[in-house]
Design a protein around this ligand. Structure first.
Ligand code: DGT
Ligand code: CA
Ligand code: CA
Length: 588
């Protein structure tokens, strides 16, 4: 077993589950394991490194006994006590906990019915055997969906990883003598939060030579398919690459086709047919009496994507919104949105410094406030907000909490005074507790420039609970922003369920801002919900949620989410001029 933070979190969750299955631990013990799992999952440094440096006590929410267990784990590769706790529970129970929608009770029940593998489970559900044995049909259905989701999740890359890989491959492609131009396309060009495989196009007069060159790329494990103008290869890293090569005269059509999305292309094809045209990756052809004339001479010139879309009588939708969710209709009416761009971002409101709060609710950042300010200056920002996690709820008395926050406010005041070319803003990120109240008393919030509230525990509460918690937080006059509203972690945890329409309506009416968090495995609020919220008039802030200054460079990924959600400059508060911005936050 590995020792990554993800491995340790999983192990701790398994112990929590084992306790609850055996009914041997009390509620507090189980909660302690779950909290520790959450806390380690969110660390910016590896827990093992902290152990090596003798700094395990820096992990918030980790008690003395858990620290000792982790020490034992790093030293010996196992924990005796955990083995005792897990004893007698079949391994499949722990595997099942990874399936969305399956908790310890259900996992145990499935194991009791003799299921020992995922494949066995699927076949027992599909054949109706499980239900015959008395298992709930409704839950069985839900589990099938969960298994499917788990399968889909596996193998999809996060956007920054996909971007880095694609850059490298593009460099290689462009070095080929026969390549006139090349582009990464598919879901990467559309900036989808996770990317399945990487698609490339190349413009060339000698397609076969380009295909040969591509198939000789270093690091290829196997060639799946190789044609005259296309290839599919798998790299040793497991990454799949698709290449299509086309002639410069019709390269626009190729770009368009391979960018997708599939749904966008299908809709376009129907539209084209009505105009007597046929579309394919090779280009646009005229149909005669509704029939395709197979003659390359009939290919209409489409050197650029713009030329391609023009033939269809429409403007060119930005790749990020090519999902057949209305973009074709507005492009036909020449009414495409003017999507927000990275260049207009004027500041970041969600950054974590290493300010030493006593008992912070979650891991602090790695760098000094001054270092964050300097990085923000390098990014040419006009303002930078520091939003550390406040001390954890219940860790300090009310008076101590107020004092601790005041003390930090004074520190920031001093930094504000000595910083000239950029505005430093005093914020906090506080917790929305399970009952919907906030982790910090109101008296401590009034001196802040702004306040972010977010759910950082008990994410798996039901739809009503999550909705009520978010609405409660939004009702507090001191709360300006809800951070990462769905709390999803890509490839790890699904979005919380909530009554989003009610939440968005409430946020819009009460001038509350929803965050688009640029952290690569969050990208939360997600694009489809951004679009939905936008319809209700919600405003957004795009933040990095950086826990180290390098992570402030993640802003472009949040901007991509905002673009996929159809937002424009006016919808994003951290693009506004200072006067409007400060007025909104009542800073003046
Ligand atoms: P991914 O790889 O799962 O993240 O998603 P995509 O969108 O990159 O999908 P992929 O790699 O299967 O295909 C790349 C593009 O090629 C896709 O966005 C649109 C186009 N395409 C693929 N299959 C079809 C198809 O069956 N019909 C049409 N019209 N276009 C297709
Ligand atoms: Ca793809
Ligand atoms: Ca592909």
């Amino acid at each position: 077993m590995g020792t990554s933070n993800a491995d340790i979190s999983k192990l701790l969750r398994e112990i929590a589950a084992a306790y609850s299955i055996k009914k041997s631990g009390n509620v507090f013990e189980i909660r302690a394991y779950e909290n520790a799992a959450d806390s380690i999952e969110h660390l910016t440094s590896e827990a093992k490194d902290l152990w090596v440096e003798g700094k395990l006590d820096e992990i918030p929410g980790l008690g003395k006994s858990l620290r000792a267990y982790l020490g034992e784990f790093f030293k010996t590769g196992k924990i005796k006590h955990f083995e005792v706790v897990k004893k007698g529970i079949p391994g499949i129970v722990f595997e099942l906990l990874d399936v969305p929608g399956v908790g310890p009770k259900t996992a145990q029940e499935i194991a009791k019915l003799g299921v020992r593998s995922f494949d066995g489970l699927v076949s027992q559900i599909k054949s109706g055997e499980l239900v015959k044995k008395g298992f709930s049909g409704k839950i069985a259905e839900k589990i099938l969906g969960g298994l499917e989701e788990l399968g889909e999740r596996e193998g999809r890359m996060l956007l920054p990883y996909a971007t880095a890989q694609a850059d490298r491959i593009l460099q290689y492609l462009k070095k080929c003598l026969y390549v006139i131009d090349a582009h990464p396309l598919g879901s990467l060009r559309r900036q989808v939060a996770t990317v399945g495989d990487l698609d490339f196009s190349a413009s060339s007069k000698s397609p076969e030579k380009v295909v040969n060159y591509f198939c000789k790329m270093p690091g290829i494990d196997r060639i799946v398919e190789k044609g005259e103008s296309s290839a599919t290869v798998i790299l040793q890293s497991g990454l799949q690459l698709d290449l299509l090569v086309g002639s410069p005269e019709t390269y626009g059509a190729l770009l368009q086709h391979f960018t997708g999305s599939k749904a966008h292309n299908i809709k376009l094809r129907t539209l084209a047919e009505k105009k007597g045209l046929s579309l394919s990756e090779h280009g646009v052809r005229k149909l005669e009496n509704g029939k395709l004339i197979i003659d390359n001479g009939e290919l209409i010139e489409t050197k650029t994507e713009e030329a391609f879309y023009k033939i269809l009588g429409m403007d060119t939708p930005p790749p990020e919104i090519r999902e057949n969710t209305g973009e074709i209709e507005v492009a036909l009416k020449h009414d495409l949105p003017n999507l927000i761009k990275l260049e207009v971002i004027k500041g970041d409101l969600h950054t974590h410094s290493n300010y030493p709060f006593p008992n912070p609710s979650h891991g602090p950042g790695a760098d000094l406030i001054e270092e964050i300010v300097k990085k923000a200056q390098e990014l040419k920002y006009e303002f930078i907000g520091i939003s550390d996690h406040a001390p954890g709820h219940g860790k300090l008395s009310k008076a101590e909490m107020i004092k601790a926050i005041e003390k930090r406010t004074n520190v920031i005041q001093l930094i504000k005074k000595k910083t000239k070319s950029i505005r430093v803003l005093n914020g906090l990120e506080i917790d929305i507790l399970p009952d919907g109240s906030l982790s910090v008393p109101n008296e401590a919030l009034t001196s802040l420039d702004y306040c972010i509230a977010g759910i950082h525990s008990d994410h798996r509460g039901g739809k009503e609970v999550i909705t009520r918690r978010l609405l409660n937080a939004l009702s507090n006059p001191n709360v300006d922003i809800i951070s990462h509203p769905t709390n999803r972690l890509l490839n790890e945890r699904d979005s919380s369920e909530a009554d989003w329409e009610t939440i968005f309506k409430f946020a819009a009416i009460n001038n509350k801002i929803l965050e688009i968090d640029s952290y690569p495995n969050r990208l939360d609020l997600r694009d489809d919900l951004v679009r939905l919220a936008l319809g209700f008039g919600v405003r957004f802030v795009i933040d990095s949620d950086a826990h180290a200054i390098e992570q402030m460079d993640n802003m472009p990924f949040g901007v991509s989410v905002a673009r996929r959600g159809w937002t424009e400059k006016k919808d994003i508060v951290n693009t506004w001029g200072w006067t409007k911005f400060a007025k909104w936050f009542k800073m003046v």
